[in-house]
Design a protein around this ligand. Structure first.
Ligand SMILES: NC(=O)c1ccc[n+]([C@@H]2O[C@H](COP(=O)([O-])OP(=O)(O)OC[C@H]3O[C@@H](n4cnc5c(N)ncnc54)[C@H](O)[C@@H]3O)[C@@H](O)[C@H]2O)c1
Length: 479
């Protein structure tokens, strides 16, 4: 049997209004049109009463003609909530109303201001039932814009965020990016002024910035962080603030704003070292502050899961490939650029396993999460990657060497990265139908092409490496 999950939503209310002169038939038509099982009888938005499907059915059975005024059969003393009632209180009120309702039926409470004018309708619906529509996008903004939904991308100017934002825009979502532009605006400057794109420069550690950004969003993708083991070590307190504490605060803000769809970027490096294929429920062994901060955030988010907040976690493989905010501190990208420009590929160790994923496929994994019915992703963790891209570091060296034959492959036994994990991606494939489309060769080829076309050749510049850039900034040297 499907698990019971409940989600609280606010819906666009004007579609539910009927005037006091409307007939029962008008109410029936309005209810059919909105699909919410309720019509609100109002005079200049002032609530006079509520007519439900049930009221109409009973009236008809009692022989009331459908051209009678709907006001005759309405409940003139419905339960209402005052403006500013907290989401938790609303849920309690809803639970009180639950008895006697048919399973799967919407439970609704009009929210009114001090003049008893209707300002919202809170809808509490049980999901996970077969015919139940996924309620995620039954939000105000969704009804207004039809299929267009607003996705807030935290860290949307970054390596992954700038690719994801473009894909979302292509799919006709509205996109709002909140980013403090740590590494500059190169990743998104091309999007400024584009229809459907909004940029807010701000910090996820600043509650005011977060509240502004979350307000009006239908879903949040949280990518903003200090990314990578070396970058996180520079200022540990800053890492904890940005990666962990801010994540908890952002999630609280989302809960408060009834933004229940939340997808968090974690990392497969939470597995640290594993002998066998790590599944989502395998033991975690974070070997760095970065991985620890991500794992702690995952746990905090999952603990917060409730009727009105459905976090999903994507544990990403190491990414590669081109992005408008390019990173050359990622193994495939670095080795390719070094091989082409310096004629050298240096591998440290080489026998360690590392799962890879093209940055565009990673963006698709986030979209798959956003678009899946919420019960499939809420409170769930998914490894994001591809079985075929579980490779040894030496395999990366060999693939780059194949693409850049003039380069020399050198294996160093110094500075060997202890991380060694082989990851299972069965869950994301089975449950979300996600499979990676791009191979390591595709990524190497596109970088090679970019360099050949002279679109990039200064791969060593600090802005392409999170660690180099931040350590320099930290030493007060700026760019
Ligand atoms: N790239 C990878 O290989 C990889 C692998 C696993 C997980 N991830 C995760 O994916 C996400 C995106 O990674 P990326 O490669 O795009 O990194 P990135 O460093 O390119 O992007 C991070 C973005 O977040 C922004 N940011 C950082 N701190 C901020 C703050 N306090 N307020 C507002 N914005 C802030 C930065 O300006 C940047 O634009 C991260 O959460 C990362 O941990 C990435």
């Amino acid at each position: 049997m499907a698990t019971k999950k409940r989600v609280l939503e606010l819906v666009e209310i004007e579609q539910l209004f009927i005037s006091k002169d409307c007939t029962i038939k008008d109410a029936m038509l309005q209810i059919q049109k909105s699909g919410f099982g309720t019509a609100l009888v109002v005079e200049n938005r002032k609530l006079l009463g509520v007519v439900t499907d049930g009221d109409i059915r009973r009236a008809i059975l009692e022989g009331t003609p459908i051209n009678e005024k709907a006001a005759r059969i309405m409940n003139s003393k419905p339960i209402v909530a005052g403006l500013g009632t907290t989401k938790r209180k609303l849920l309690e009120m809803m639970k009180g109303k639950e008895k006697g309702l048919e399973p799967g039926m919407y439970m609704k409470i009009p929210i009114v201001n001090e003049k008893r004018e209707v300002v919202d309708l809170a809808v509490f619906t049980e999901i996970g039932k077969k015919k139940e529509p996924s309620p995620l996008f039954l939000t105000k903004s969704d009804v207004k814009r039809g299929k267009l939904k607003k996705i807030l991308v935290l860290g949307g100017a970054g390596y992954l965020g700038s690719v994801l934002s473009r894909k979302l825009l292509e799919k006709k979502y509205e996109v709002r990016v909140l980013d403090n532009l740590t590494y500059g605006e190169e990743g998104i400057s091309e999007l400024f002024g584009k229809k459907g794109f909004e940029f807010q420069q701000g910090d996820i550690r600043n509650i005011h910035d977060v509240v502004m950004a979350v307000s009006g969003a239908d879903a949040v993708v949280h990518l903003a962080a200090i990314v990578g083991d070396p970058a996180c070590k520079i200022e540990p307190m800053s890492t904890i603030e940005s990666n962990y504490l801010a994540t908890k605060m952002v999630a609280e803000v989302c809960r408060h704003h009834l933004v229940n769809r939340f997808v968090f970027a974690s990392t497969c490096s939470v597995y640290g070292q594993s002998e066998t294929a790590s599944r989502e429920d395998s033991e975690t062994r974070p070997l760095s502050l970065y991985a620890r901060s991500k794992l702690d955030s995952e746990n905090a988010l999952l603990e917060m899961e409730d009727e009105s907040f459905g976090p999903a976690i994507l544990r990403l493989s190491t990414l590669f490939g081109l992005s408008p905010r390019m990173r050359f501190d990622l193994v495939v990208n670095t080795l390719t650029a070094k091989a082409i420009i310096e004629g050298k590929i240096t591998i440290y160790g080489g026998e360690q396993y590392r799962p890879l994923l093209h940055v565009e496929d990673a963006a698709e994994a986030f979209i798959a999460c956003i678009e899946a019915p919420i019960e499939k992703v809420s409170g769930k963790v998914f490894n994001a990657g591809s079985k075929g891209l579980n490779v040894k570091i030496i395999d990366i060296g060999n693939e780059v060497k194949k693409a850049v034959p003039h380069s020399e492959l050198e294996i160093s036994r110094e500075k060997v990265d202890l991380r060694n994990y082989f990851v299972s991606f069965e869950k994301i494939e089975k449950e979300l139908g996600f499979t990676a489309k791009k191979s390591m060769k595709d990524g190497i080829t596109e970088i090679k092409k970019w360099i050949a076309e002279k679109k990039i050749n200064n791969y060593w510049e600090k802005k392409y490496s999170n660690y180099e850039y931040l350590v320099n900034l930290n030493n007060g040297k700026g760019k």
